[in-house]
Design a protein around this ligand. Structure first.
Ligand SMILES: NC(=O)c1ccc[n+]([C@@H]2O[C@H](COP(=O)([O-])OP(=O)(O)OC[C@H]3O[C@@H](n4cnc5c(N)ncnc54)[C@H](OP(=O)(O)O)[C@@H]3O)[C@@H](O)[C@H]2O)c1
Length: 292
């Protein structure tokens, strides 16, 4: 298969379309409900990448009409202080979604904070209750990045049922929930990880190959089945030999695009879809809380 037959799955465009739809439904719901949806993003410390992500999320909220309740805490904030703020947000009727921006400073326990969030306000879909609902195939708030991958596959009407899906990476943030979502859509799923032997022979089985590894341009052409759908979740900043810095995924885009049928770009693929799913979860929680 040559590069001329490889299509790029445009996550940025789909994310914009979803945001347009969310904006419209908020405009319809707000007069009835009497307030906009609200999202609280908690950031601790000054990690520059996190600051960029938080800013992007808040900008996207403003664009669709979601109120932001941003909280920025100094790096030495205690676990107790954060848990108290989360408990207040759980009770705040203006807030439909709460998320804690990761990574956190080393003295903090991310799982403890996650467990403090009301599962019905868990905009990131990472609370064990929501992960449990996913395992059981029940409706609930779904984790944003894997939901973004599924949304993109659906938009392009790509067949999942009966296909071999290989997910490289088994994090609780991406790989594991995505494996479950692909299984829910009747793919035959293989989860690969750092202990997988002969990884290339495993990845070459994938009609759908997802890279969620965190290693720049790790998946090369030899690891990809010709005609595969290749989804690149990775976001890595690399410095090129000429000193310029660039964002790249976990897939070596140029070589893989020569034989894949579909591929997601970085940036402009799963990143914007993740933000769109966060907004979508917030609006879902808004609707559900107001129609109870
Ligand atoms: N697009 C987005 O919005 C978005 C959202 C979240 C994350 N990301 C990006 O996605 C990437 C993965 O994130 P993450 O949070 O899932 O990372 P993570 O928690 O570090 O997990 C990485 C996974 O990759 C596996 N792995 C590491 N080296 C490997 C190797 N040589 N061969 C096979 N598997 C290997 C690890 O295996 P073990 O379990 O065996 O250690 C682990 O399961 C990162 O680049 C991150 O920046 C993007």
């Amino acid at each position: 298969m040559s590069s001329s037959t490889c299509s790029v799955l445009n996550g940025k465009a789909l994310a914009q379309k979803i945001q347009g739809e969310l904006k419209e439904s908020i405009q319809q719901l707000q007069p009835k409900i009497g307030r906009p949806p609200g999202l609280a993003v908690l950031m601790v410390g000054d990690d520059p990448a996190s600051a960029v992500y938080v800013r992007n999320k808040e900008r996207a909220c403003a664009k669709v009409g979601i109120a932001s309740f941003g909280h920025h805490f100094p790096a030495n904030t205690s676990q107790d202080e954060l848990e108290t703020v989360i408990q207040q947000l759980n009770l705040d009727p203006r807030v439909d979604g709460i998320l804690v921006q990761l990574p956190l400073p080393a003295h903090l326990d991310a799982v403890g904070l996650l467990l403090t969030i009301d599962p019905e306000k868990d905009a990131d879909g990472l609370h064990p209750m929501n992960l449990g609902r996913l395992v059981r195939g029940e409706p609930g708030l779904r984790s944003c990045t894997p939901a973004g991958v599924m949304g993109l596959l659906e938009e392009y009407q790509l067949d999942i049922a009966g296909k071999q899906a290989v997910v490289v990476g088994r994090s609780i943030l991406v790989g594991k929930p995505l494996g479950l979502m692909l299984l829910e859509k009747n793919a035959t799923v293989t989860m690969a990880h750092s202990r997988t032997q002969d990884l290339a022979s495993v990845t070459r089985q994938g009609d759908i190959l997802v890279a969620a590894v965190g290693k720049p341009e790790f998946i090369t052409a030899e690891m990809v089945k010709p005609g595969a759908i290749v989804i690149d979740v990775g976001i890595n900043r690399v410095v090129r030999p000429d000193g310029t810095s660039q964002l790249v995924g976990d897939v070596d885009f140029n070589s893989v695009a020569n034989l894949a049928q579909y591929i997601t770009p970085v940036p402009g693929g799963i990143g914007p879809m993740t933000v769109a799913m966060l907004l979508s979860n917030t609006v879902l929680s808004y609707r559900q809380r107001e129609t109870k």
